[in-house]
Design a protein around this ligand. Sequence first.
Ligand SMILES: NC(=O)c1ccc[n+]([C@@H]2O[C@H](COP(=O)([O-])OP(=O)(O)OC[C@H]3O[C@@H](n4cnc5c(N)ncnc54)[C@H](OP(=O)(O)O)[C@@H]3O)[C@@H](O)[C@H]2O)c1
Length: 263
Amino acid sequence: MTEVLLIGCGRMGGSLLKGWRESGIVDRPLVVDPAMPSLDGVTVAAALSDLPDPLPRTILLAVKPQMMDQALPPLAARLPDGALVISIAAGKTIAYLADRLGSKARIVRTMPNTPAAIGRGITVCCAGPGVDATGRDLADRLMRAVGAVAWIDDETLMHAVTALSGSGPAYVFLLIEALTAAGVAAGLPPDLAASLARATVSGSGELARLSPDDPAKLRADVTSPGGTTAAALGVLMAKGGLTDLMTRAVAAATARSQELARG
Ligand SMILES: NC(=O)c1ccc[n+]([C@@H]2O[C@H](COP(=O)([O-])OP(=O)(O)OC[C@H]3O[C@@H](n4cnc5c(N)ncnc54)[C@H](OP(=O)(O)O)[C@@H]3O)[C@@H](O)[C@H]2O)c1
């Protein structure tokens, strides 16, 4: 892959750039970001107008959703024919992007998550009209540089995707905080409770990733009848317990995403 233009290089754009540089899948990354320091092997510009024509035919949009109205018009004016535009902006639909970028753009809308910072994210992609297998493959490879990739055909599922994997890292960090607080309440020193909680969540996550067994089996493996784990699961799996809570949390995030989309 030769040239890719990254517009917006904050937390998520920065993670992508790091993934591309480490994997070497992009020969020449170009970055437009007003606050970006210079970087070896990367062409950096403060504004799109600082880059010469023609622009690369592969462009990744990583500005905040509220900056899109400002970022898109100068891009639309100079977009190469058939350009592949990949957006990671939460809530910005393919129709919204197509409306502002015009018919020259083939659009892939994606939703990554913050473990992308360590190459362990998951990105869900949805291709707009006119994106062929080559375009899909390109988008897949660019997002795969920071973790796993899944595809959906129905764009409306992006609300639920956002609620599960986009926002999901926050739920897991809250789980670490909650376990820490529970450990302190049970009498552990705060530092020990915090390191036990962090190691338990990250180690269990890694086990779930690497094991051929599904999570229910892994849970059963820790649980002997009448034992300590069973006592805790009796609380967590009771009516109104963790599954009910998580279902309500994801439903609230999904509803909020739908609400934001209506403007
Ligand atoms: N963080 C997440 O969990 C997450 C998950 C999935 C998707 N996303 C999406 O990722 C996108 C970026 O989020 P983020 O958290 O990485 O935001 P961020 O850290 O604020 O990064 C955005 C960057 O874009 C720059 N920028 C602003 N206007 C620009 C313009 N017109 N041209 C070029 N660059 C411009 C900003 O510079 P200044 O700071 O100087 O304005 C900033 O460096 C958002 O659309 C968000 O919805 C984020």
